[in-house]
Design a protein around this ligand. Sequence first.
Ligand SMILES: [Cu+2]
Length: 391
Amino acid sequence: MMHVQAGREREIDRAAPAARACPPWRAPAIALGAVALLLGVGAARPGAAHAAANAFCSGEQLAVGANWSVCWEIRANEGLAITHAFYTKPGFDRRVLSDATVAQIFVPYETGEPRYHDVAYGLGPAMQVLTPTQDCPGGVLLAGKKVCREIEDRGLAEKYCAGGGCATRRGKTLSLWSSVQAGAYNYLIRWEFHDDGSFEPRVALAGVLQFGRTAHFHNVYWRLDLDIGDAEFDRVEEFYRIIPAWSDGTKGVNGWSKLLGETFRPTDLFTFRKWRVVDTRQVNARGNAWSYEIIPSPGDGSLRTTRAEGFSRGEFWATRTRASERFVSTNTADILSTYLNGESIDGQDVTVWYVQHAYHEVRDEDAPYMPIEWLGFEVHPRNYFDQNPLD
Ligand SMILES: [Cu+2]
């Protein structure tokens, strides 16, 4: 595990053309995106193993707390990346994630231009130094004060009454976050790992408006390699809840459909659509397959643009895991679509991509400095444990 090398950071900066409206890495550069894509630090692929994250990293790259053991690194393009995450507690030590990143933040304006591809320009070199007193008062600053690691109280985790008495359990979260300067904006990229086995990738919009009152989107593409137990033997499934033709509307049915080949899918609020990655070789004590599910947030929206921007065709993508397949787009290329080349994802090592579309209709309160607005979604264990792991 390593940080972005300083030399590589400079190379991105040097390659960036000057621009009036924004710092160099934010400039809509044609060649720069392709250059930056070559600079990222590749993720080492783990073998199939049950071992805590400390088999993969040490020192400040290893974050431990709230029943998690997590490795992270800084990459030239994606910034703060999670490279391994294990759920661990006494007598329990099991892999959840091998690799998780922000794969793109695509920001098109309603006037048609500009159309920014921020990860292609490089989030890593744009990470800012944080302050111990204001940014990270209860945590620890790492990576030259560019990453804050915290263990926080997340409020009530359980509340129940039984046997004549009531009880409350409070939860904890292990979080790692950083701030990235993207033009006039600040993005906060934050990974939260909760002690109940769920985790939450989050991005906040902050800073100063880039182009006054022009409405625009922040399309955040997340890339997750959920390696539940083993890296191999994944299967991706899509949830549905429907009202059958025979029902008068008071009765519904639900189920999971398998996605057998590389594909993209739109969100569908009417059927409570969500997705899960299942390990086909492992079942819990109740005989149910281990899985983790990706739950769209209600405000995530959807956006379809042009044929050339084919990466905007769906909110959820599933592809065969390839170490080289890490990015979504540049100013001139639809990269994500090229990963759909007919490979089977049934029983393979699978990477899933989820897109959140925030529509930023500017309001007066966004100036002079924007109130921080968070985007995020939850990734939950489903039958990964035999029961609530906090009990
Ligand atoms: Cu905005």
